[in-house]
Design a protein around this ligand. Structure first.
Ligand SMILES: Nc1ncnc2c1ncn2[C@@H]1O[C@H](COP(=O)(O)OP(=O)(O)OP(=O)(O)O)[C@@H](O)[C@H]1O
Ligand code: NI
Length: 446
């Protein structure tokens, strides 16, 4: 590789390209407000797989749909939520293509400071609500990302590209705020930069078009390829996902493919736009074990070749062990534990994670397969208590009145957190309770 310019070294390869912060997605139904995702934060990094695991109804798919811009009525991403796409090349591309929707944050920083903005009349938001410790740890960019720019008169409704640093006219740092995307930039992001593979390949494939034509349509939309070049590329994509005899199969219809081959075709379609991020929502759940293993292997291979950041959703701890580098355990809209995969399996801290691990065949002591009794509750009120408490074997009195926040736990590694009143383990119960009560963030706004 040639010498890198300073502009290219500003972000390292190991920096995240997606930063989800305090994501809150709620459904306003006639009956109640369902807080499907309630303050979730995590990063996605190129070449790495983040596994999202949890039982049915824990908010995994709504997290994914929020990242894809696929939350429909009556669903709303609440103010205070932020999903930043920080891939530098894409930020530069969007800043050029959508210059009218691009904001120079450095300019705004020269004119305003966070403290006085938050003190403005009518602005009813605290740093804690946005997931920050103090005003000092917040920047103007954080306020804009969390959706308060319009209210403060700093941004227009459709601004979505934020440039935070430039050097001799070149963008060095910035982000695209996914929760603010609509129209053209949204279409460029969804499918183009972030692609998704669903459980049922038939939701992504149209039965009346050949597999090849559907891949070619994606190539036309996102890569500006058509005609013979597109056909050639479609064939090579089918080859890349391990579909034998791809020259012939490119002209076949989805019903002529087996389940496993269909999912491979969907992956080929997702890759047609050369995305940076691939979100997989239970992509192998409908497949038999052998085929499942092959698809997981394929994803790993593609990740390595293309340096993809993968978010992999499953309710299956066995699959998590296979695919994930890091794991977020979700329960009733919240992340209850997060760690690298080895630590999570060797040293689980949250009673819910322990329960999930005991329900993997072959992992429990004795011969009985444990399951956690009961179901995930519908999160239909603000969290002022532990949502897992009713099912938790270790629950005590305070669990009903104090909402646990994510705190570091002792397991010998950094970046291991659990949201449980039993932690941090090295302090007294009184101090623990105080710590969890202090950092309580209040409800986001509609
Ligand atoms: N369109 C909608 N309207 C109302 N509620 C919804 C809607 N979509 C999802 N929800 C609710 O949001 C919560 C989280 O759902 P989600 O689909 O994210 O769960 P999940 O973890 O993906 O579960 P599964 O493993 O079953 O796919 C559930 O309580 C669900 O009922
Ligand atoms: Ni789901």
């Amino acid at each position: 590789m040639s010498m890198e310019s300073p502009a290219q070294t500003a972000r390292a390869d190991t920096d995240p390209i997606v930063e989800v912060r305090n994501l809150q997605t709620a459904f306003y139904t006639d009956k109640e407000v369902i807080r499907a995702v309630d303050g979730v934060s995590f990063d996605l990094t190129p070449g790495e797989t983040v596994g999202i695991v949890g039982e049915s109804g824990s908010g995994k798919s709504v997290t994914a749909r929020s990242m894809m811009g696929l939350v429909d009525n009556p669903g709303v991403i609440l103010a205070g939520s932020s999903i930043r796409f920080t891939h530098l090349e894409t930020v530069r591309e969007f800043a050029t293509k959508f210059s009218r929707r691009t904001v120079d944050v450095e300019e705004l920083e020269a004119e305003h400071d966070v403290r006085s903005l938050l003190e403005r009349p009518g602005i009813d938001v605290t740093p804690a609500q946005l997931g920050y410790d103090s005003v000092e740890s917040m920047t103007i960019a954080d306020l804009l990302a969390a959706g308060y720019g319009d209210q403060l008169g700093l941004t227009d409704g459709d601004d979505c590209v934020f440039i935070t640093e430039q050097s001799s006219g070149e963008v060095v740092d910035g982000f695209i705020e996914i929760t603010r995307l609509e129209g053209k930039p949204q279409r460029a992001m969804r499918g183009g930069k972030i692609a998704m593979v669903f459980q049922d390949p038939l939701t992504s494939l149209n039965p009346v078009y050949t597999v090849g034509n559907q891949i070619k349509e994606a190539l036309r939309l996102h890569q500006d390829l058509s005609g013979r070049a597109a056909t050639k590329e479609a064939i090579s994509l089918l080859e890349a996902v391990g579909i034998p005899d791809s020259r012939r199969r490119v002209a076949e219809y989805p019903h002529q493919f087996s389940g496993g081959m269909r999912q491979r075709a969907v992956i080929a379609m997702a890759l047609a736009c050369d995305p940076e991020v691939l979100i997989c929502d239970e992509p192998t759940t409908a497949l038999d074990v052998t085929i499942q293993a092959q698809i997981l292997e394929l994803l790993e291979e593609l990740q390595e070749k293309r340096d993809l950041a993968i978010m992999f959703i499953t309710h299956d701890m066995g699959v998590i062990a296979e695919v994930a580098d890091r794991v977020n355990v979700m329960y009733a809209g919240e992340t209850v534990e997060t760690a690298d995969v080895h630590t999570l399996f060797a040293n689980p801290k949250h009673p819910y994670t322990e329960g999930l691990l005991q329900s993997i065949p072959g992992r429990q002591e004795g011969d009985r397969l444990q399951t956690i009794e009961g179901n995930v509750p519908t999160p239909n009120e603000p969290p002022t208590f532990c949502r897992f408490a009713p099912r938790c074997p270790k629950a005590f009195e305070s669990c009903d009145s104090v909402h646990p926040v994510s705190v570091p736990v002792e397991s010998g590694v950094d970046d291991h957190t659990a949201a449980c009143l039993l932690y941090p383990e090295d302090v007294s119960e009184i101090d623990r309770i105080e710590r969890h009560s202090e950092t309580q963030s209040t409800e986001g706004e509609h």
